[in-house]
Ligand binder design. Structure first.
Ligand code: SF4
Ligand code: SF4
Length: 76
């Protein structure tokens, strides 16, 4: 029952790893697949643990991360 939904836009990601470094919960990691530009895009592993601090989205130089509040949605 995560309170937040994270969307990583794989095609915008340059694989710089800034979002990984900045997440206080250490739940962002680099993927193992490559996008069409040859970068391995970041993603979230344990979305439930996200505290919605938005550090990852603010830090991303390419606007590849969006955070939504999952209103009252405990169904997952
Ligand atoms: S919003 Fe904060 S806790 Fe959630 S993934 Fe981004 S940096 Fe981590
Ligand atoms: S900060 Fe943005 S561009 Fe860099 S790895 Fe994370 S999602 Fe990709």
């Amino acid at each position: 029952m995560g309170k937040f939904k994270l969307t990583f836009h794989a095609e915008r990601c340059k694989g710089c790893g800034l979002c990984v470094a900045v997440c206080p919960k250490k739940i962002v990691s680099m993927g193992h697949q490559v996008n069409s530009k040859g970068y391995a895009p970041a993603g979230v592993e344990n979305e439930e643990a996200c505290i919605g601090c938005a550090s990852c989205a603010v830090m991303c130089p390419d606007g590849a991360i969006e955070i939504y509040q999952a209103e009252g949605g405990s169904a997952k």
